[in-house]
Design a protein around this ligand. Structure first.
Ligand code: UDP
Ligand code: MG
Length: 310
């Protein structure tokens, strides 16, 4: 049995040496399995690629794929899955926030018959409070409005069987949201929990704004509820205004029409304008995704790799 370890790397020059040391230890410890470790260099601007080449030269277990530019972690995961040959495949961050030492335990669950072993962190120690708050909100909303069950604190750190990997690869959508995809396809999944570990070196690649956009992407990719909300809002406002019309017309007929109510008119116009723009915006979000999907552009572009073409 071969296990493929996929590691997305974007400017991870400072954390890779720690990762390599740790993963070598783990690979040695686990018996009965062979390993390949595929690093996906997501267009790093530092010397990550040089380091990966060096690792490959020293040890054939380490392979690399390098992108033509930064395509994002989602694309890196997809590329890794595509190149992986393993009967089991695991995705892991390069910063040791996904402890490789958990791998042994994860494998035992696969042996017990699970199709996938997923991880979640139960604490968010060392993370800005505001970020934790929004993350929690996101998971709550996502679970309510979509078909995929994503638990709070879910990581991309996941061990999967070949069967599941093939299903994921068959979903070749351009707007990828892996956590959603994992949850959407189902399969028997075992969740294991661990305390948050802080990044070993370097800095996080996710600004608050980037995360915010990513969460919107996840919602648009896995739910059409916002579109329904837009229609319902329209229906509700139409109803309310209909009632208002009846009241105002009757009142005018009974009491005449003194010129007043300019401020209220402006308020209503402003509110209507706002709601209309919001709804058009929601529509636009979905349309832009349709637009990108129809272009059918590749999910990643490879510049070079140590693995023979597939
Ligand atoms: N990453 C990537 N492409 C990107 C951003 C991040 O491949 O555009 C990788 C990064 O190298 C790391 C993993 O994704 O291995 C998680 O990134 P990071 O640790 O910065 O995110 P955080 O753990 O803070 O959410
Ligand atoms: Mg990290």
């Amino acid at each position: 049995m071969l296990i493929s370890i996929i590691v997305p790397c974007y400017n991870e020059y400072s954390s890779l040496p720690y990762f390599r040391e740790e993963i070598l230890k783990v690979m040695e410890l686990i018996e009965g399995y062979e390993f390949e470790c595929i690093f996906v260099d997501d267009g790093s601007k530092d010397k990550t690629l040089d380091l990966l080449k060096e690792y490959h030269e020293k040890n054939e277990v380490f392979q690399y794929i390098s992108f033509a530019r930064n395509f994002g972690k989602e694309s890196a995961i997809y590329a890794g899955l595509k190149y992986a040959n393993g009967d089991l495949v695991v995705i892991m961050d390069a910063d040791l926030q996904d402890p490789p030492s958990l791998l042994q335990e994860m494998i035992t669950y696969i042996e017990d018959g699970y199709d996938s072993v997923a991880t979640r962190r139960v604490s968010r120690k060392g993370e800005p409070l505001i970020r934790s708050f929004f993350a929690r909100m996101f998971y709550k909303i996502m679970n309510k409005i979509s078909d995929c069950d994503i638990v709070d604190g879910a990581r991309d750190f996941r061990l999967m069987t070949r069967k599941m990997v093939n299903v994921i690869l068959s979903m070749n959508e351009v707007n990828r949201f892996s956590k959603g995809i994992f949850g959407w396809i189902g399969f028997k999944t075992k969740w294991i929990e661990y305390e948050n570990v802080e990044r070993v070196a370097g800095e996080t690649k996710w600004s608050f704004w980037k995360l915010f956009k990513y969460s919107l992407e996840g919602i648009v990719a896995f739910s059409v509820i916002p579109l329904q909300v837009a229609s319902l809002l329209g229906l509700f406002i139409s109803l309310v205004s209909f009632i208002f019309i009846i009241i105002i017309v009757t009142r005018t007929m009974i009491y005449g029409d003194p010129v007043s109510g300019w401020p209220s008119t402006i308020c209503i116009i402003m509110m209507m304008g706002g709601i209309q723009l919001l709804c058009i915006g929601i529509l636009g979000q979905y349309m832009s995704k349709v637009y990108l999907e129809t272009k059918n552009r590749p999910i990643f572009i490879e510049k070079e790799s140590s693995i023979d073409d597939i």
